[in-house]
Design a protein around this ligand. Structure first.
Ligand SMILES: NC(=O)c1ccc[n+]([C@@H]2O[C@H](COP(=O)([O-])OP(=O)(O)OC[C@H]3O[C@@H](n4cnc5c(N)ncnc54)[C@H](O)[C@@H]3O)[C@@H](O)[C@H]2O)c1
Length: 386
């Protein structure tokens, strides 16, 4: 198999996760890493035997060997880097959110019309085997008519006012935080599994800590709680939501609701949803990804365990190990990247051929949903997703 040469930009939580997943799919050589954090990048470079390091990401775009770029930087760099990759004719896999505004994501979509590069966005949660199976179940009509979709995405890593990360700064993260950061995953999942688009929203968002204590030194993502109490702080005003609830309506008229929070004590990455259909219901929680609850009215409920033998044939490829051998968070990006690189290897046309991974078009839709949620929260009324 031809090894495709790739560069990963960003050496934090996701940069490292992308490198690791790429090493596991085969057929890809992570040939370069780029980051402004030289120490972290050098550590990853060393650990994964990556040939080149670029402190300035612009140099990645000039490297003719590099065919694919993974953008794992903070949100404010997504537009610029994604745009540069497209203009350099490099295939691009971006972290979410695609950009900070829908104006920017629209510009990327328009650029893609004249630069035929393969583009993907890391809505990784779609790629758990039981999620893929649930989508097939809905498609086949096995849930019947969808009555309700509801759930939540709860975390506690910003619980204390001393917890800090670049996501708390609007200039780096965007006008929405909890919704854009984790609500985007929830909405993408709800749309993916039901096969329906969210048409309108009614939101109520809250900022629990209006003031937070910013450490004078940089704290890596999700590391705040390990270091809390041992550092000096400056007080800053927070402009984005810690939590919120959103009523949603799908294009079919199906009703839904979800809550997101980054201040729910004890909840680490509690991403859950339930779809209630006229034949049965399904419910799933990311922290127990190898189980899906199936609810019935007329007989005992069931729990399906991730097992290639028990899921639809068409999605068996997403389960790499037999039943009883759990797969987890790092396997979602791995499955997504597998599809993305296979599409490149097959020489498919991103403008004409159907993709089996989320693209920039999905990222743009998410931006539109986030903007409708912000508008609805401000005006306290239903807002159509444009
Ligand atoms: N899909 C998921 O499950 C998931 C999970 C977490 C984060 N994310 C997304 O991944 C992105 C990165 O988040 P993270 O948690 O890894 O953040 P992080 O702070 O851990 O890492 C960001 C990295 O970008 C680097 N960086 C900053 N400025 C740079 C520059 N000018 N040039 C090159 N590198 C630069 C930093 O040094 C750091 O290594 C975010 O957009 C976030 O939304 C996605």
């Amino acid at each position: 198999m031809k090894r495709i040469k790739t560069a990963v930009i960003g050496s934090g939580f996701m940069g490292s996760a992308h490198v690791e997943a790429l090493q596991r799919i085969g057929g890809v050589e992570v040939a370069a890493i780029s980051s402004n954090d030289v120490d972290a990048a050098n550590e990853i470079q060393d650990r994964f035997s990556i040939e080149k390091f670029y402190e300035d990401w612009h140099d990645v775009m000039k490297d003719e060997e590099i065919e694919v770029v993974h953008n794992c930087t903070p949100n404010f760099l997504h537009f610029e880097i994604n745009k540069a990759a497209i203009n350099s004719g490099k295939h691009i896999l971006s972290e979410k959110p695609l950009t900070m505004t829908s104006l920017e994501s629209e510009e990327l979509l328009s650029l893609l019309k004249s630069n035929n590069v393969v583009n993907g966005i890391n809505f990784n949660y779609r790629f758990y085997p039981l999620i893929q199976n649930a989508r097939v179940e809905v498609e086949k009509g096995n849930l019947g008519e969808i009555f309700l979709v509801h759930g939540n995405y709860l975390q506690d890593w910003l619980f204390f006012d001393t917890d800090y990360n670049w996501r708390l700064e609007t200039e780096q993260s965007g006008y929405s935080r909890a919704i854009a950061d984790i609500g985007s995953h929830w909405c993408d999942m709800a749309q993916f599994v039901t096969g329906q688009k969210i048409k309108r929203v009614f939101a109520n968002l809250v900022t629990i800590h209006q003031k937070r204590k910013k450490p004078v030194v940089n704290v890596a993502t999700f590391k705040g709680k390990e270091e809390s109490g041992s550092i000096d702080y400056n007080e800053i005003t927070v402009n984005t939501e810690d939590a919120g609830s959103v009523l949603i309506e799908f294009e079919s008229g199906t009703h839904g609701v979800f809550t997101v929070s980054q201040v729910s004590a004890g909840r680490k990455n509690h991403f859950s949803f339930e779809i209630d259909g006229s034949k049965k219901a399904v419910s799933w929680n990311q922290e127990r990804p190898n189980e899906m609850w199936i609810g019935y009215r007329e007989k005992p409920n069931e729990i399906i365990i991730k097992d290639p033998a028990l899921i639809d044939k068409s999605v068996r490829k997403y389960a790499h190990y037999p039943g009883g051998h759990p797969e987890g968070y790092p396997d979602g990006p791995k499955n997504l990247f597998n599809n993305f690189y296979q599409f490149i290897r097959d020489g498919k046309d991103p403008q004409k051929d159907q993709t089996d991974f989320p693209t920039f078009a999905d990222g743009h839709i998410e931006n539109k949903i986030v903007e409708a949620i912000l508008k609805s929260n401000k005006e306290q009324k239903w807002v159509e997703v444009d």
